[in-house]
Design a protein around this ligand. Structure first.
Ligand code: ARG
Length: 590
């Protein structure tokens, strides 16, 4: 069940081909004069240039071949040879019936499903979250849903940062503050022992408090830093005391993070961490060595990844530091190996801040050299930052970095305020009102992010994001809720949907918009760019809104009412689906 744009496009290509014009010149696009036509093709002009023929002549011949196509009500030639196509109302109605009956609301599945792993979120133990993590979570979640919906087998992995230098810093800082913990760290002898009660006293709040202090001190004080490095190496060598204490850090952090992410509608399939590939590292190092890729460099061990023709010099991958520790890139390389064994992905998409582009280029090249992945199977999709009004990466009012839970709470508070201003949800039970405020908040944050191409940076503007007017998440939710309440009313009054008939301009426009869903999805999928889908959701809401204003439903004659109820139902299904793929849930009412 292809969309009209594609099937008509094929017919137009065939007509051009019969006139000796190659398909790639005959493309059909949405008309840029919707008042005159639904679709257009500029093929005759392109062909005229290439083949040295008269464009109007080609266009006339092609139009002659298309004039008997029942799906078209008119085929006209404009200007020097533009082909303007208008779709017959009956063809629009038939397409609307198809979309309405389709659980996928008119969307195709991918031709050849693949196994795809999406690496996103990337939160760390103790190190606070920043906007990079927020955007990684929002974009990655959407990419994951989009790929899954197209039919790929998809795993989303948080790639939890739990194995670096920050762990050594924290072990040292916690021991300094708690002599009893320090004593136990020195005496434990089983890394898998149950976590002692003294360790269980360490909370996330302690880690949040201690990390900035320890990190700052590590920068100033070389002795302090060296101890932290040594403790990191001890941890990585499975020193039992360090390891058990670290298990406590990891556990308290993960529980809190999973809860906050869940509130944002972000849920990972795997919570694997950097530490989970630790056991693969010795084997990997031996393998890199055997393949002649490992080079000694001032006490460290590296893999050189520079290639001839590189425009700038890419540093090597640091595999083992001079202290003997595994580094960020080491765990990333071992993770590629781990994922290959666990899932054998055709494609791994790393949804991480653009500022890490070099890191990934280096790791990917090392993986290709070592044969852990085939060239092109690893892809980094970067993104810009979410900035404050000062143009720098967003910070909280106190100047601190972002805390996901705080951001969600602030946005929720604003959402409550907005709902009250608009007189929405006031008559609903308090728990339901809260649930709606949560959904409005998530929609506001996610839509603001996903409506920009991911490479673009944008400014955090809570007032605008939470508005019920304009191109915002709350506006889309409001439109969806309006359709839901209309459909509820119809149900209560016993009005049933029925076959679609298209007559009004607003109906035509709504059906053409519904028809464009698959194209938007395909673009979002191919470019890993959910903004194409966000744009579609917005257009659909607008088209619905115009339809609703121009075409009375409940007061219409039974047949017309049935047709319009079908259109409304199809619009709602597609809108909710698009929103779900953006990671946004819709309330039942407001
Ligand atoms: N934890 C990292 C950070 O905070 C992000 C992880 C991204 N994923 C990866 N495979 N390196 O910067």
């Amino acid at each position: 069940m292809s969309d009209l744009k594609r099937t008509l496009g094929e017919a137009v290509e065939a007509a051009f081909a019969a006139e000796g014009v190659p398909a790639e010149l005959a493309r059909v696009t949405a008309s840029d004069r919707p008042d005159l036509a639904d679709f257009q093709s500029n093929g005759a002009l392109a062909a005229a240039k290439r083949l040295g023929r008269n464009p109007r002549e080609i266009a006339t011949a092609v139009a002659g071949r298309l004039k008997d196509d029942a799906r078209l009500s008119s085929v006209e030639i404009a200007g020097p040879g533009f082909l303007n196509l208008k779709v017959a109302d009956t063809a629009l109605a038939a397409r609307a019936d198809q979309i309405a009956a389709d659980p996928r609301a008119g969307a195709e599945a991918a031709a050849a499903p693949r196994r795809v792993l999406v690496d996103y979120g990337g939160p760390n133990v103790a190190k606070p979250m920043h906007v990079g993590h927020l955007r990684a979570s929002i974009i990655g979640e959407s990419v994951k849903r989009l790929y899954r919906f197209r039919g790929d087998e998809v795993v989303g992995d948080a790639h939890f940062g739990d194995w670096g230098y920050q762990m050594g810093l924290l072990i040292g800082a916690v021991c300094d503050e708690n002599p009893d913990i320090a004593a136990l760290v020195g005496t434990l002898n089983d890394k898998d022992a149950p976590i002692p009660a003294a360790f269980e006293r360490v909370t996330l709040a302690d880690l949040d408090r201690l990390y900035p202090m320890a990190s700052a001190r590590g920068k100033e004080d070389p002795t302090y830093r060296d101890r932290a490095r040594k403790l990191t190496a001890d941890l990585q060598a499975h020193h039992p005391g360090c390891y058990v204490l670290w298990r406590q850090f990891r556990a308290v952090t993960q529980v809190a993070l999973a809860r906050d992410f869940h509130a944002l509608g972000v849920d990972f399939d795997w919570w694997k961490g950097e530490s989970d590939v630790d056991h693969l590292i010795p084997e990997m190092i031996a393998d890199l060595d055997a393949k002649g890729l490992l080079v000694d460099d001032q006490g460290a061990r590296i893999v050189r990844v520079a290639r001839e023709g590189d425009k700038r010099e890419l540093p090597p991958l640091l595999v083992v530091s001079s202290e003997g520790s595994a580094m960020y890139g080491t765990t990333d390389l071992a993770t590629i190996l781990d994922r290959k064994r666990a899932f054998d992905p055709h494609l791994v998409i790393y949804c991480v801040d653009q500022r890490q582009a070099d890191h990934f280029e280096i790791v990917f090249r090392a993986a290709y050299l070592a044969g852990y992945a085939a060239e092109g199977q690893l892809e980094h999709i970067g993104f810009g930052t979410m900035n404050g009004t000062d143009g720098k990466p967003f910070k909280t009012r106190e100047g601190g970095v972002l805390k996901l839970a705080d951001l969600i709470e602030t946005t929720r508070a604003k959402a409550r305020e907005r709902l009250r201003e608009a007189g929405l949800g006031e008559d609903l039970p308090p728990e339901e009102f809260e649930d709606i405020a949560g959904k409005v908040a998530v929609a506001a944050l996610k839509f603001a992010d996903l409506s920009n191409f991911r490479g673009t940076s944008y400014v955090f503007d809570l007032d605008r994001f939470t508005s019920f007017e304009g191109k915002t998440g709350p506006y889309l939710l409001y439109q969806a809720v309006r359709v839901k309440s209309l459909l509820r009313r119809a149900l209560a009054e016993g009005a049933e949907p029925g076959p679609v008939a298209v007559t009004e301009a607003a109906e035509r426009d709504l059906v053409l918009t519904l028809d464009a869903f698959d194209g938007a999805l395909a673009e979002a999928y191919d470019k890993k760019a959910p903004n194409a889908l966000a744009e579609h959701a917005y257009r659909l809401s607008q088209a619905f809104s115009k339809f609703y204003a121009a075409c009375p439903i409940m007061s219409a004659e039974p047949e017309l009412r049935a047709s319009r109820l079908t259109l409304a139902g199809a619009a709602l299904r597609q809108l909710e689906l698009a929103l779900d793929l953006l990671g946004v849930a819709t309330p039942e009412r407001m």
